[in-house]
Design a protein around this ligand. Structure first.
Ligand code: NCD
Length: 369
């Protein structure tokens, strides 16, 4: 239980700015609840990168995979997904499987007691009676934070992981995106100093909103926000970039910027957020990548998309080595597994196992040159 958290009534908590909330969500420097991208600092990202790579390496052998399944085999998780999801749901679920966590699902409010009039707050509290972690996707923008607040005021303040909150944030997607970018640029000087072109519905895309905010942790990164005039990145994110002196531009052109991009992050139109007074089209043809565009891209350019896609990326591009979106999917599983290892304080167990295995391998290699 975070003693600072319980000092705040919900009304007081809601008024705090994001930076005031971070120490309430973190235990020390490390996320406990994982709710907003502002919780991640560079040390945390570096640590997560390392743990993710170690978990991947351990899981390559059957004994390693079986070891990982013991790491959190005493834990249970609830996957509470109140919006459609394929990748985020599956990657969280398989991350749990990798670590031996047992999972339960509620993916449809019509089969939960919410139809009987139970509040989401009571539903969350009920989950915490049975599980040790709640992974949730919700259309309500503050709902994941509300869940953490409710639980911190209960006897079982289990961690809450935000798997997408309305059109606001998607912090674990940002983690897997950063991981994918770093791996993509491993042999190209790293992510620092690179130019990232983000295109599409930037106003309502929670993935780009979270990602833009943690790109600020990499020195010299330039961001090009490319969108139709009515779908520009909102000022709250731009203001954060301004205070961090991040080099960014906003433009309604897309193709013109392809040659200078080190990474291109495509997004689909988020028209599930349309209202009666704000209707959008299904796709923005001017903000899409065709096969012919490949010739304009840098040789190391990382083509990314959180998926699902509509027409933003021509499927003919899928087999180009620069297409990283399928890797993003799989990286999501590893990154989320690493996040859980960190949240539950199991890094040393994983790292010690890896160092023992590495010693044995070196020893065997020396014995059998
Ligand atoms: C994104 C989401 O749900 O915000 N998808 C995902 O999590 N992989 C992007 C989208 O739905 O367009």
């Amino acid at each position: 239980m975070n003693k600072n958290f319980i000092k705040y009534s919900w009304e007081e908590f809601e008024k705090l700015n994001l930076h005031q909330k971070v120490p309430l969500f973190n235990h020390g420097q490390t996320p406990y609840h994982c709710l907003i991208a502002q919780q991640f600092d560079r040390n945390f990202l570096d640590h997560l990168y390392h743990i993710t790579n170690v978990i991947r390496a351990i899981s390559k052998s059957k004994v390693g995979a079986l070891f990982l399944q013991t790491i959190l085999s005493d834990k249970r998780a609830m996957l509470y997904f109140m919006q459609p999801s394929t990748r985020t749901y599956l990657s969280f679920k398989t991350a749990c499987q990798i670590l031996g966590i047992q999972t339960s699902d509620v993916r449809d409010s019509s089969i939960s007691s919410e139809v009987k009039g139970e509040s989401s707050e009571d539903t969350i509290r009920t989950f915490s009676s049975y599980v040790d972690m709640i992974i949730m996707r919700h259309p309500g923008e503050g709902m994941a934070e509300k869940a953490a607040w409710v639980l911190e005021h209960s006897e079982r303040p289990v961690p809450v992981l935000n798997a997408g909150s309305g059109k606001d944030q998607h912090p674990t997607q940002a983690l897997l995106d950063i991981y994918t970018l770093r791996r993509s640029f491993e042999n190209f000087g790293g992510l620092q100093g690179k130019t990232v072109l983000m295109a599409g519905d930037l106003m309502r895309g929670r993935t780009v909103r979270s990602l833009a905010q943690i790109l600020t942790l990499f020195e010299g990164v330039k961001i090009i926000f490319s969108s139709p005039e009515n779908f520009k990145m909102k000022q709250d994110v731009l203001n954060i970039l301004r205070t961090q002196n991040v080099n960014f531009i906003e433009t309604s052109e897309f193709k013109k910027y392809l040659p200078e991009a080190d990474a291109i992050y495509m997004t689909r139109v988020q028209n599930e957020h349309d209202t009666d007074s704000f209707k959008s089209e299904q796709s923005f043809p001017d903000f899409s990548l065709n096969f012919d565009d490949l010739s304009k891209l840098k040789e190391h350019c990382a083509i990314m998309h959180p998926l699902p896609r509509r027409q933003e990326i021509d499927p003919k591009i899928d087999n180009d080595p620069r297409a990283k979106y399928w890797r993003q999917e799989r990286n999501g599983m590893w990154t989320r597994a690493a996040l859980m290892v960190i949240i539950f304080g199991k890094c040393n167990e994983v790292l010690n196992y890896w160092s023992d295995i590495s010693k044995q391998v070196n020893h065997t290699a020396k014995a059998n040159p």
